[in-house]
Design a protein around this ligand. Structure first.
Ligand code: B12
Ligand code: SF4
Length: 450
C-alpha cells in the first residue's frame, strides 16, 4: 500500500517553538491549533493509500525515505520552512506536493521546491494528483475549480490533547465580500460554498464536545442558508464561536437564531473605525458610522464581541490608530486584536504594493501580522510597529478591562483571556528588558527610523 505523509511545518506562533508567552496563554499545550487543512486533505485520500500527518508544531520532524509521497501545507509565514523540508525530501528522491494558502497564492514559486503544487482546496486537487502519481504523471500545477464537496477531517490521525484548540470544524468556504487585503479571493476565487447541514451536525455529534469553533472566514456568507443552519444547530445545544461580518446586526431574526443556536462570541473583522481606511481596504460591508449601534445590538443579544483592527492603511496615522483603540474601548469589545496590514501573496494589496515598489521584504517568515513588511505612507516603519504594541498595551490595561468587562453578568472567558493577555505582554517585555510602547510617548518614536 503506498504511503502518503502530510506535513505541517514549524510555525513560529502555532508550535513547539512558540514563545513563552503563547505557551503560558495556551496552558502549556504543544500547539495552539490542530492543522485542520491537513486533516481535511487526509479525508480526501482514497482507501488504497496509507496516510499519516506529521505536525512539526508538536514534535520534531525527521526527513527520511520512508514515504512514497509527501504533501506539505503552508501559510505564508510557514513557507520558508515548508520549502526547506520539501527540498530535503526531493534530495532523497521522494516526490513532494505543496498546498495550502501560500502555494495557492504563488504556485510558480512553490513549484521550484516541489514535484507538483495544489492551488485551492484539496478536495478538488489531491485525489487527481494521487491518480497521476500512480501512473507516473504527477507534475506541475493542479487547480481546484468550481464547487467541491467539503470533506470530513481525519481527526483520528492526531492527538487532540497536544492542542489548545481541538474543536475546530468548517461549515463553509470563502466569503462573498471583496476586501483588498484578504486571501479568500486567491483561495476560493470569490466563491462562497457551504456544507450539507446534516454533514456538519454529524461532525459535531462525532466530536462529542459541548463547545466548537467554526474555522470559517465568514459563518454568515449566505443569510438564507445560515438561518436554516442555525435553526438545526440549536437542537444540539452546544456553544460555538466563529468569524462573521457585522451586517448580521441589521437582521434581528439572524441575531436571535445565532444566539439560540449557542453563539457565545463572534470575531468581527472591523479593520478600522476610519471611513477612509475602510474605503481603501474595500471593506464595504458596513459603514464606519454604523459600527457602534450595530456592535451594541450584537451585545444586547448577549453575544460576545471580539474585534480585529488592521493597522497600516495609507489613511492611518499614529493618531488615527490610537483613535481605533479608543473606539474599541468605547464599544466595550470583549477582546480585540491589532494585526499589522500585510500584503499576502494572491491579494490585490500584494499586487498594488509590489507594483508601487513598497514591499520591503519577501522573507515570508515575517508575514506574520506582527512585522511591518511594506513602506507605510503616513508614518515610519517603527511608528507603525510601535502602534501595534501600544494598542495591545492600552486595550488590555487594567483601566480598560474595568471599563469594558462587567462583573455581572460575568463574562468568564473574556476575563480569563484579557487577564492572560495583560500578563503575557508584561511578562514578555520584562523578559526582554524593554519598555512597552505607549501612545502617550508617541512623539519619541519619530526620533529613530528602522
Ligand atoms: C485557524 C487559523 C489560524 C490558527 C492556526 C492556523 C494553522 N493552520 O495552524 C492560528 C490562530 C494560529 C492562526 C494564526 C494566524 N493566522 Co490564521 N487562520 C486560521 C483560519 C481561520 C482557519 C484555518 C483553517 O483551519 N482552515 C480550514 C482548512 C480546511 O483550510 P486550509 O487550511 O486552507 O486547507 C485547505 C486548502 O488550503 C488545501 N490544503 C491545505 N494544505 C494542503 C496541503 C496539500 C498537500 C494539499 C494538496 C492541499 C492543502 O486543502 C485544505 C482543504 O480544502 C484561516 C482562515 C481560513 N478560512 O482558512 C486563517 C488564515 C489561515 N490565517 C491567516 C493569518 C493572516 C494568520 C496570522 C498571520 C494572523 C495575524 N495577522 O496575526 C497568524 C499567523 C501567525 C503565525 N506566525 O503563525 C490567513 C493566512 C494568510 C496567509 N497567506 O498566510 C488566513 C487564510 C485568514 C485570511 N483569510 O486571510 N490562524
Ligand atoms: S469580510 Fe473578512 S473574510 Fe470576507 S473578504 Fe473581507 S476580510 Fe476576507
Amino acid at each position: 500500500m503506498p504511503k502518503l505523509r502530510l506535513i505541517n511545518p514549524r510555525n513560529p506562533l502555532n508550535g513547539l517553538v512558540q514563545s513563552d508567552v503563547a505557551r503560558r496563554i495556551t496552558l502549556g499545550r504543544k500547539a495552539i491549533f490542530m492543522p485542520l487543512g491537513l486533516m481535511v486533505a487526509a479525508g480526501t485520500v482514497p482507501r488504497e493509500w496509507q496516510v499519516e500527518i506529521v505536525d512539526e508544531c508538536t514534535g520534531p520532524l525527521s526527513v527520511a525515505k520512508d514515504a512514497d509521497l509527501v504533501g506539505i501545507t503552508a501559510m505564508t509565514c510557514q513557507a520558508p520552512r515548508a520549502y526547506q523540508v520539501a527540498d530535503a525530501y526531493r534530495l532523497l528522491g521522494v516526490p513532494v506536493i505543496l498546498g495550502g494558502i501560500h502555494p495557492s497564492g504563488l504556485p510558480e514559486e512553490a513549484l521550484r521546491h516541489a514535484t507538483a503544487v495544489a492551488v485551492g482546496e484539496a478536495e478538488g486537487t489531491l485525489p487527481r494528483m494521487l491518480r497521476d502519481f500512480a501512473v507516473g504523471r504527477l507534475s506541475g500545477i493542479y487547480r481546484a475549480e468550481g464547487d467541491v464537496e467539503i470533506a470530513t477531517p481525519r481527526r483520528d490521525l492526531l492527538n487532540p490533547r497536544d492542542y489548545f484548540v481541538n474543536n475546530a470544524i468548517q461549515i463553509s468556504r470563502g466569503c462573498p465580500q471583496r476586501c483588498k487585503f484578504c486571501t479568500t479571493q486567491a483561495m476560493y476565487g470569490g466563491r462562497y460554498s457551504v456544507r450539507p447541514i446534516e454533514a456538519i451536525l454529524q461532525e459535531i455529534r462525532d466530536l462529542r464536545m459541548k463547545r466548537v469553533l467554526f474555522a470559517d472566514d465568514n459563518v454568515v456568507g449566505h443569510f438564507g442558508w445560515a438561518k436554516q443552519f442555525y435553526r438545526e444547530l440549536a437542537k444540539l445545544r452546544i456553544t460555538w464561536t466563529g468569524q462573521a461580518t457585522l451586517n448580521i446586526a441589521r437582521d434581528d431574526e439572524m441575531l436571535a437564531l445565532m444566539k439560540q443556536s449557542g453563539c457565545g462570541g463572534l470575531i468581527l473583522g472591523l479593520e478600522s473605525p476610519n471611513p477612509e481606511s475602510l474605503r481603501e481596504g474595500n471593506k464595504t460591508v458596513c459603514a464606519a458610522d454604523e459600527y457602534l449601534p450595530l456592535i451594541r445590538k450584537v451585545q444586547q443579544a448577549r453575544i460576545g464581541t471580539w474585534g480585529s483592527f488592521l493597522m497600516g492603511f495609507d489613511a492611518d496615522t499614529v493618531e488615527s490608530l490610537h483613535a481605533a483603540v479608543r473606539f474599541a474601548r468605547a464599544a466595550r469589545l470583549g477582546i480585540s486584536c491589532y494585526p499589522i496590514l500585510t500584503p499576502y501573496p494572491g491579494t490585490p494589496l500584494y499586487d498594488e504594493y509590489g507594483a508601487a515598489g513598497r514591499i520591503l521584504t519577501r522573507d515570508w517568515a515575517k508575514y506574520n501580522g506582527a512585522t511591518v513588511v511594506f513602506q507605510p505612507k503616513r508614518m515610519s516603519v517603527r511608528e507603525l510597529a510601535n502602534c501595534q504594541m501600544a494598542a495591545f498595551r492600552e486595550f488590555y490595561s487594567w483601566a480598560s478591562l474595568r471599563e469594558r468587562l462587567t462583573l455581572w453578568p460575568l463574562q468568564k472567558w473574556a476575563w480569563i483571556i484579557n487577564i492572560s493577555i495583560n500578563q503575557g505582554f508584561r511578562y514578555y517585555y520584562r523578559r526582554q528588558k524593554k519598555r512597552m510602547p505607549d501612545f502617550r510617548e508617541a512623539e519619541m518614536w519619530k526620533e529613530t527610523t528602522v
